[in-house]
Write a protein that binds this ligand. Structure first.
Ligand code: FES
Ligand code: FES
Length: 168
């Protein structure tokens, strides 16, 4: 097993948005900093940097995780998905992203990548959520612009459309 010592940088690899990537990290480097600074992924946003606001959310092996509370070494060898994983390779938005757009579920957009990733993971586990369940999921994210109503509508609509189409 790799032993990391304070102040040393070691190579780690992970599958990021479907591609294997490699970078150097110190033992105490946060995953959010690793993704932004080492791998050049500014779309992983940071806000409070202590686990409250949710803007730094990524998926680790399909589960939402605060990247500001995760060390980069904890993601070594794992699958990490950012907002880039939702659109297709030509940049076409997925159905949830399109619903956010239709329902005006974002304004400045700073909170949006984290919320979309949490919502996507939530819908995979909850195919027919109630409005209350959607609101509880969103309570893990702070948005200072929208008032959340458009997000709730967009998530419920996406769930309904996926259920009608028989897609998870
Ligand atoms: S920056 Fe990670 S929860 Fe706020
Ligand atoms: S859209 Fe601005 S913080 Fe949510």
């Amino acid at each position: 097993m790799l032993e990391l010592k304070e102040g040393q940088r070691h190579p780690i690899t992970m599958t990021l948005d479907g591609q294997e990537v490699r970078g150097l990290t110190e033992p105490r480097m946060l995953l959010s900093d690793f993704l932004r600074q080492e791998l050049g992924r500014p779309e992983v946003h940071v806000g409070c940097e202590h686990g409250v606001c949710g803007v730094c959310t990524v998926l680790i092996d399909g589960k939402p995780a605060r990247s500001c509370l995760t060390f980069a070494v904890q993601a070594a060898g794992r699958r990490v998905d950012t907002i880039r994983s939702l659109a297709d390779k030509d940049g076409k938005l997925n159905d949830l992203q399109s619903a956010f757009r239709r329902h005006h579920a974002l304004q400045c957009g700073y909170c949006t990548p984290g919320i979309l990733l949490s919502a996507e993971a939530f819908l995979r586990e909850n195919a027919r959520p109630s409005e209350q369940e959607v609101r509880e999921m969103l309570s893990g994210h702070i948005c200072r612009c929208t008032g959340y109503v458009g997000m709730v509508d967009a998530i419920l609509e996406t769930a309904q459309q996926r259920a009608s189409a028989g897609t998870p």
